[in-house]
Each structure stands twice: as C-alpha cells, then as structure tokens.
Design a protein around this ligand. Sequence first.
Ligand SMILES: NC(=O)c1ccc[n+]([C@@H]2O[C@H](COP(=O)([O-])OP(=O)(O)OC[C@H]3O[C@@H](n4cnc5c(N)ncnc54)[C@H](O)[C@@H]3O)[C@@H](O)[C@H]2O)c1
Length: 356
Amino acid sequence: MTTIPVLLGDRSYDVLVEEGSLARAGELLARHLAPRPARAALIADEHVLSLHGPRLLASLGGLACVTIPLPQGEAAKEISVYGRVLDELARARLDRGSIVLALGGGAASDLAGFAAATYLRGIRLVGFPTTLLAQVDASVGGKTGINLGAGKNLAGAFHQPSLVVIDPAVLATLAPRERNAGFGEVLKYGLLSPAPAILARLESQAPLEGPALVELIAECVALKADHVRRDEREESLRAHLNLGHTFAHALERAQDYRGLQHGEAVGLGLIAACHLSTLLLGCERPLADRVRRVLARFALPQRATFDPDAVLEHMGADKKRAGSELRLVLLERPGAPRVVPAPERSLLLDALAQIS
Ligand SMILES: NC(=O)c1ccc[n+]([C@@H]2O[C@H](COP(=O)([O-])OP(=O)(O)OC[C@H]3O[C@@H](n4cnc5c(N)ncnc54)[C@H](O)[C@@H]3O)[C@@H](O)[C@H]2O)c1
C-alpha cells in the first residue's frame, strides 16, 4: 500500500492508495482513526453505491452505519440535497465523535465534505473517491462545497478529511469518457511537477493500468499534498494548481455546464495556457503540441465550439467576484509555474483561437 501523508499539524492525515482497498475499509478505519467512531454515515452517489457500496459496507464489521444516497453526479451539489443530508445525519443521531464516509466522484465528495464540515460544526470525514479526478484532486486538500443558483461552488468550507482511501480498481466501472476526462487533470500535474515522472508516463505508450496507474495516482496526490501542506488556504502556491483552470471554468460556464466535462475543459485550458506561456514567458515552443499529443492519447478534445467573447467575459467576471485583477498561471517550463497578470485581449483571443 502506498501512503502519502498530508502534513498539516494536528489536522494531518494519510492518503492510502491500493487496488482493492475499498473492501478493506473497516480495517483501515480501525487502524487510522483515533478515537474510534461509534457511528458512521455513508454519503454516496447512488450509482456508485449500487456498484461499490456493498463491498465497503460489508467490510465495516461492527461499526453502525446509516446509508444516505445522493443523486448521481453534479445534482448532488444542490442546496436542497445538502439540507436533506443534514436532516438525515441528525435523524441517525450522529454525534461529534461520528464520521462521514464519502463515496463517489468529486460531486459526492464535495457535498459529503460540506455536510461533514457543517453538521454539529464539523465531524470527521473519510473519503473514498471513485473517479480519477476525485482521486487525484477533489478528495485531497479539504475544499468542500455546493452550488447555488448564482453559480458553481459558491458555498463551501475548508474541512480536511481524517483519511482518504483510494482504490484504483473502482475506476474500471467508469464510462470511458469519464475515465479519460480525469487524465486532463493528471496532465495538469504532469506540467506542474518539477520531476518529469508524471509527464513521462503520460507521454510514453506504456499502458496506464495496474501498478503503473497506482504509481501515477500516488505521484499526483503527493504533488497536491505538497501544495496543500505549504499553502492550505490557497493564498499563494496552491493557486498554481489552477493551471489551465481559468480558461476551463469559463469554457464550462459559456456552455452552461452542459457541454464539456471538467477534465476535458482543463485539457483545452492547458493548450491555451501553454500557448501563452511560449508567447509571454519564452516557454519551449512545442509544449502546446506535447499537450495535444497527450490529449489525443486519451481521446480528449483539442477544440470546442464556443463564443470567445462570452468566454473572456466569464474569465473576467470570476475575478471581479474575487475583487482582484485577472491573473493566469503560466509556465516558464514544465515544472516552473508563475502567476502573471492576464495579457491584453488580443493575446487572450489568440489563445482561445488555438482551441476553437
Ligand atoms: N473540492 C475540490 O478540490 C474539487 C476539485 C476538483 C473538482 N471538484 C468538483 O468535482 C466535481 C466533478 O467530479 P467528477 O468529475 O468526479 O464527477 P462526478 O462526481 O459528477 O461523477 C461523474 C459521474 O461518474 C459516476 N461515477 C463516479 N464514480 C464511478 C465509478 N467508479 N464507476 C462508475 N461510475 C462512476 C457518477 O455517478 C457520475 O455520473 C465538480 O463538482 C467539481 O466542482 C472539486
């Protein structure tokens, strides 16, 4: 089993990566959680619950556990679902010593995390992420949240889990498009990592399954854990993890969240960011081409249909909400990110032209 510690003083926790670990959940909880909880609530994406819930529940032994199903995918992050989940936690009489077990992709883990962060002013959370995106990103670092009518992720809290159990074997049941989308996020880590290992794995043709996939996930988690350790609240360094994301979020919003999957939008955002990195920071010229080759390997889109003016407006609007100027994460070279003020409109349009 690979163990990656996330070092945050008295809020430190381990991320465990091993094929088959879901079926050992009870044993792992007993080993890693002190004091032992008397009660638990399994808050789970209903589709994932039907596929993988029985193995997790069967492993819990004597731990009393209530199951709270969530609607599949992003629908889990509605405020009405959040309210219902809190009511169900109260009805099940979970107390301050109880735990929430979150099973599902990033949507389920965001909702379950926010419920755990706020129920009784915060109870412990253990993540069992089941998409590649959730395993390398959403389950680690303590960002939780839900969507409001006014936009995505507008309500949330920082609440670090007490343990994260990653079982790469569960990825086998993902729809191919969903699985491939996760590699958009993995590619981001490849470009950010000062060590060439992640990018090299993505650029080689060696199959990414079994031990190679376990190692790849662990390398991504280690990089995220390092950013979180050094900047838990995203005041500086953690912002580097937004490489490609300013473009991606605006693209997703311009398509009303109904077109591209998040990981697909991230892949496109990485092409745009690498193009600007070459123009503005002198980054090696073929970097955007290297990105395209990796995207092609995972059947991820290299172009999309969108209104560039709308995308630029959404990029700007996001930052106005944060009360700051638009800034972008770009690369001096792979492994050397820099946050820079966004360039003039014509250069941003040029970057968008690379992906339209
Ligand atoms: N908190 C963070 O740090 C963070 C980071 C990145 C993304 N996110 C959030 O994550 C969400 C996206 O997460 P996602 O891409 O994992 O998608 P998701 O959670 O919406 O899941 C996508 C689909 O895959 C299905 N699924 C999940 N695991 C499966 C499995 N093992 N087998 C079969 N089907 C499975 C789900 O039922 C769903 O239909 C967004 O809401 C985003 O805001 C949060």
